[in-house]
Ligand binder design. Structure first.
Ligand code: SAM
Length: 346
């Protein structure tokens, strides 16, 4: 419950319908917007790394079972043959550990973990040290194509929404993937939730009910204080300062603008969905047709960005009702994709 209160205390989100370019324009960016998004991500995750695992309880909750299922579906076609695996945007190693703990450790020919944040990679290295398979930690993206052979499995988790052009990145990664590769993509924001009027309505009613109650809760204040102590200066504030000091922007942007650029494909409102933020797995399937084919998907989280684990029982029942009626419209999704075989069978 205290996490719920904390999340609501933080719910003063930017609800803007500006594009990333418009958002950052007043601060006079000195490099192209796609590069700036990557740099903000690098600076942000440098300071988020230390407390990342503590601050992301979703990585310990329902996602564990979902990743087990994705691995079962995704790896079935490889039978027992050794696998070359690329974990792109590995962070502190969440999805790599899912693979290694679920039978992967004994069948990996090589696991390559790539991230643009050296701080995240350093934690990932420590967390993977207990496994025995060959693991390479890589911070240079060019090194991915220079490595020994193509990859059978691509893992991503909670990554796509940080990328300036996510589908372009996935398409480009095609050149390092084998022709029978699978891609396991976990925990990304689905735009279908905010497009569904009944889902939106339940979220709005819940937010309205809790808007004022939180101020009466001692727990809210305690958990807010803990949050500040844990985090120190916010990663978004530090990223803003670093970008200004390095001359990437002429004027320091506020933390809320940086946060929107770091999470550049997370929608906070219907209007933002209409502007193209968030993903719809069936639209992705159309855009990736010819390269990746959707093999399995699941949506979950029927209270928007709030984790259901924090909800009072009556609201949890409403979530289950939404899930029963609109199983494809949760606010978050996971998917398994298979590489489309070329016509000549190669
Ligand atoms: C939300 S974290 C997820 C980390 C990990 N996959 C997990 O689920 O715990 C996003 C990660 O993506 C990385 N990232 C952001 N933009 C990236 C980019 N353009 N290329 C590679 N990694 C990126 C960040 O450094 C961060 O480690």
């Amino acid at each position: 419950m205290s996490r719920l209160v904390t999340a609501l205390t933080r719910s003063n989100r930017v609800n803007t319908t500006c594009s990333a370019t418009e958002l950052i324009a007043p601060y006079e960016p000195q490099i192209p917007i796609a590069e700036l998004v990557e740099q903000f991500n690098r600076f942000y995750h440098a300071s988020a790394a230390r407390h990342y695992d503590k601050r992301h309880p979703e990585t310990r909750d329902g996602l564990l079972a979902t990743w087990r299922e994705m691995l079962t579906v995704g790896l079935a076609s490889f039978e027992r043959r050794p696998l070359r695996v690329l974990d792109f945007g590995c962070g502190t190693g969440f999805e790599a550990i899912r693979l290694l703990e679920n039978g992967g450790d004994s069948r990996i020919e090589e696991l390559v973990c790539y991230d643009l944040s050296p701080e995240m990679l350093s934690i990932c290295r420590d967390r993977l040290a207990r496994f025995s398979c060959p693991i390479r930690i890589v911070s240079d993206r060019e090194a991915l194509s220079a490595s020994g052979g193509r990859f059978d499995v691509l893992l991503t988790n909670s990554l796509l929404h940080h990328l300036p052009d996510p589908l372009d990145t996935i398409q480009r990664l095609g050149s390092v993937m084998s022709d029978c590769a699978v891609w396991l993509a976990g925990h990304e924001p689905s735009s279908r939730f905010l497009r569904n009027p009944e889902c939106r309505d339940v979220l709005t009613r819940f937010q309205n009910q809790w808007r004022y109650r939180k101020y009466l809760s001692l727990r809210a204040y305690v958990s807010y204080a803990k949050e500040i102590l844990l985090q120190g200066a916010s990663p978004a504030k530090k990223a803003a300062l670093e970008a200004e000091q390095r001359g990437l922007v002429r004027r320091k942007p506020p933390a809320r603008v940086v946060a929107r650029l770091v999470d550049c494909h997370v929608p906070n409102s219907r209007e933002e969905v209409e502007m193209g933020r968030g993903f719809d797995v069936s639209e992705m399937a159309d855009r990736l047709a010819g390269q990746w084919q959707l093999a399995w998907s699941r949506t979950y989280n029927f209270m928007g960005y709030l984790s259901e684990n924090m909800l009072p029982a009556a609201w949890l029942r409403r979530c289950r009702e939404l899930e029963r009626r609109f199983p494809h419209d949760g606010s978050t999704f996971c998917a398994v994709w298979r590489r489309v075989q070329r016509r000549d069978g190669t």
